[in-house]
Write a protein that binds this ligand. Structure first.
Ligand code: AAO
Length: 412
């Protein structure tokens, strides 16, 4: 009676008095964001809302001309340390390999792993990467028809609801033929077209798993893009002027295979891949990087919208921007269109000489491509923005850097 029955390893810690809190808020407060990458069923009741709310969201987005692509976790189920319990959708699971909500049983999990721990121990071994557990997450046997058909049922359910495609989480840890066979068992979207697919395969030069093994299935996230954007806009190791051939000449996959982003939910907080990326924490450079990505013809761009955090595991704020919180507090909303900068590129082969809307307030701005604003003096070209926020933009076709970039932080 004199011990607070804390979980093993957490003895002696403090209690919190949550006066008048609502149950769902308490539940949400103690959920690390990464819990959603440990599915125990394919039900749609989660911390984000109920199945009905999901369907309503898809319908309303479709009515507004917005398509929805889901993040599909199909390589694995919960972690080996998840014990036993009920998922947020109410289905029973235990890590003796029972997931009743699907249902999956012991025969549906990979038995081909050869490491002592059962986890991936060496990324240089292709078999381990595909057959063993990624950070202890129970690895489904994607070679089996029973598993493929259950994932295909999940996809079909989602297509029926009206989604348009999938990010395949941890695709690197699945055999490409398993992904392909599973997708081939699914239907088509409501509009009678094949679903859009982009796979998460973090290619590392020293490892045997390559993105090129997956290009016949669908697109891939080109992680090099975000790293290079970090080099350019965060560390300034690479000059903007050298970007004239930015694309597959820069050891990236062909544009038609790629989906690109500046950062993502993992590398934003040091999970997954490298600390080189630029995030909302460096807003000036980040905005330029996003503008570059949106205007440069390479891959399909994906912009980020996320929340601030202090600890790596911190979950989202209890309130969303729509019901009380606003962007700029805990929610960052990097996707918001700003009026802080303007960039123009000319790759058409002729001279660009046009009055263009910049979205910026009137004034004289320093072009940060040809120079910089040093002690109030612009060392490069200047651009005059008129009171109606248009500006005459001239970029010669023979210029080695056919780009003009101005922003409110460099007003001459
Ligand atoms: C949590 C706990 C774990 C616990 C586990 C099970 O954190 O301690 O063992 O539960 O109880 C997310 C979180 C995980 C979390 C998991 C489940 O990030 O921390 O685990 O949910 O709740 C690899 C994969 C890649 C994966 C990435 C995180 O290849 O697929 O790790 N990303 C996705 C999601 C992610 C999610 C999962 C997958 C799981 O986006 O949010 O996990 O569903 C190298 C390898 C990469 C490897 C990274 C990290 O990367 O090449 O394949 O990614 O290491 O292990 C340079 C190199 C790059 C290298 C990188 C980092 O950039 O170029 O190759 O450095 O060293």
């Amino acid at each position: 009676r004199k011990t607070p029955n804390c979980y093993y390893g957490r003895e002696g810690q403090v209690l919190v008095h949550l006066f008048s809190w609502k149950w769902p808020d308490i539940a949400r407060e103690y959920r690390p964001w990464w819990e959603r990458y440990q599915p125990v069923s394919y039900k749609l009741d989660s911390a984000s809302g109920s199945r009905d709310e999901f369907i309503d969201m898809v319908n309303r987005c479709k009515a507004a001309g917005v398509q929805i692509y889901i993040d599909a976790v199909i390589n694995h189920m919960a972690g080996i340390d998840a014990g036993t319990g009920l998922g947020s959708g109410g289905s029973y699971y235990n890590t003796q390999l029972r997931f009743d909500g699907v249902p999956y049983g012991p025969d549906d999990f990979n038995t081909r792993c050869t490491t002592g721990s059962g986890n991936i121990e060496n990324y240089a071994d292709e078999g381990q990467v595909r057959n063993c557990r990624l950070v202890g997450l129970l690895d489904l046997e994607g070679g089996k028809n029973s598993v493929r058909s259950k994932i295909a049922d999940y996809f079909d359910d989602m297509l029926q609801i009206g989604i348009d495609g999938y990010r395949i989480d941890a695709a690197k840890h699945m055999w490409p033929e398993d992904i392909n066979a599973t997708l081939s068992m699914t239907g088509v979207t409501e509009d009678k077209v094949e679903a859009f697919v982009y796979q998460e395969v973090i290619e590392n030069g020293n490892e045997p798993v390559k993105t090129s093994q997956y290009t016949h299935i669908g697109r891939l996230v080109e992680f090099q893009y975000g790293y290079k954007m970090g080099d350019i806009f965060k560390w300034q190791h690479i000059k903007l002027s050298s970007l004239h051939n930015f694309g597959s000449d820069w050891s990236m996959m062909p544009s038609g295979d790629a989906l690109v982003s500046i950062d993502n939910h993992d590398n934003q907080r040091g999970h997954g891949a490298g600390g080189n990326v630029i995030t909302h924490k460096q807003p000036e450079g980040y905005k330029l990087a996003v503008i570059f990505m949106l205007s440069w013809p390479y891959g399909i761009p994906r912009v980020m919208s996320s929340y601030d955090f202090d600890q790596d595991w911190t979950g989202p704020p209890a309130q969303s921007p729509a019901d009380g919180e606003s962007c700029g507090s805990s929610w960052i909303c990097e996707h918001s269109r700003g009026s802080a900068s303007f960039i123009a590129f000319n790759r058409e082969g002729g001279e660009l000489n046009m009055n263009l809307p910049t979205g910026l307030p009137g004034g004289t701005y320093c072009d940060v491509i040809s120079g910089d604003l040093l002690n109030g003096v612009c060392t490069g070209k200047t651009v005059t923005v008129f009171s109606d926020s248009t500006a005459n933009i001239r970029i010669g076709s023979d210029s080695s850097t056919p780009v003009v970039a101005i922003h409110i932080g460099a007003k001459a």
